[in-house]
Design a protein around this ligand. Structure first.
Ligand SMILES: [Zn+2]
Length: 249
């Protein structure tokens, strides 16, 4: 190597010694060949007589589970004993977690106690007050508290309240809202082992039009869990999701 460096200095006297010293780790080919050597020999690309021109690459089973997001709504608090999901609409054209929280903070229960705040666990925006299709959890979900949305104690205690901004007595939810609520319902069903017939509209548990005649309740109730939980495994039985859930506790 020392000999090569000496050669380098001899062949390229214009090099400063310091520069040459800095370059002494370069492979000698760079010095002797002004143009870079091709990385691949052209002969490699020539077909070998008798050999197939193309080969089929082996089929690799891509595991989609690795790239799907995990349940992004895992609460920090210990998980409540959820049995139902109850769907609502705001029956208004605009709304957000904040605006609903403000409204609900003025409400009182049958005993005259003021509500703690927004009664739902999740709100899905429609582009007026919250981005279209955005899903926001509320303090009730983060702290795994009972809801104040169903008008029925069983469903308030054991029902996850999801409210979509909009009036679905007049029009259906937006495509983004529908996709969002199906994703959320699918994840919650899988995570908490809630069956499709326990995903209900507010009108199924109380005399109300909520969530409106244009809300596709049966389509949303039958939302399947995300591939991350295993398309063929029964909802909520994926051991990985259970282990993660346990780790969160
Ligand atoms: Zn409702």
């Amino acid at each position: 190597m020392k000999g090569i460096i000496m050669c380098c200095v001899a062949m390229l006297p214009a090099f400063e010694i310091s520069g040459c010293t800095q370059r002494n780790s370069l492979p000698p080919v760079a010095i002797n060949s002004p143009t870079p050597a091709p990385q691949y020999s052209p002969q490699v690309a020539k077909p070998v007589p008798g050999a197939p021109l193309f080969t089929t690459p082996p089929t690799i089973a891509v595991e989609p589970l690795a790239i799907e997001p995990q349940n992004p709504w895992k609460p920090e608090a210990e998980v409540r004993d959820w049995e139902y999901i109850v769907i609502h609409h705001t029956a208004s054209t605009t709304g957000s977690v904040e605006s609903i929280h403000e409204l609900h903070s003025k409400k009182k229960d049958k005993s005259g106690n003021t509500w703690l705040g927004i009664g739902y666990h999740f709100v899905i925006g429609n582009g007026n007050g919250m981005p279209d299709g955005s899903i926001e959890s509320t303090f009730r979900w983060r702290e795994q508290m009972h809801g104040a949305h169903a008008g029925d104690n069983k469903y308030n205690q054991h029902g996850i309240g999801i409210c979509l901004v909009g009036n679905f007595e007049n029009e259906p939810p937006s495509d983004a809202q529908l996709a969002a609520v199906k994703k959320l319902v699918g994840v919650l069903k899988a995570e908490y082992n809630i069956s499709s017939d326990h995903v209900q509209g507010h009108r199924d548990v109380k005399a109300t039009a909520c969530p409106g005649k244009y809300f596709p309740m049966s389509e949303v109730a039958s939302s399947i869990d995300l591939p991350v939980y295993g398309a063929t495994s029964p909802a909520g039985t994926n051991p990985a999701s259970k282990m993660e859930l346990a780790a969160q506790k």
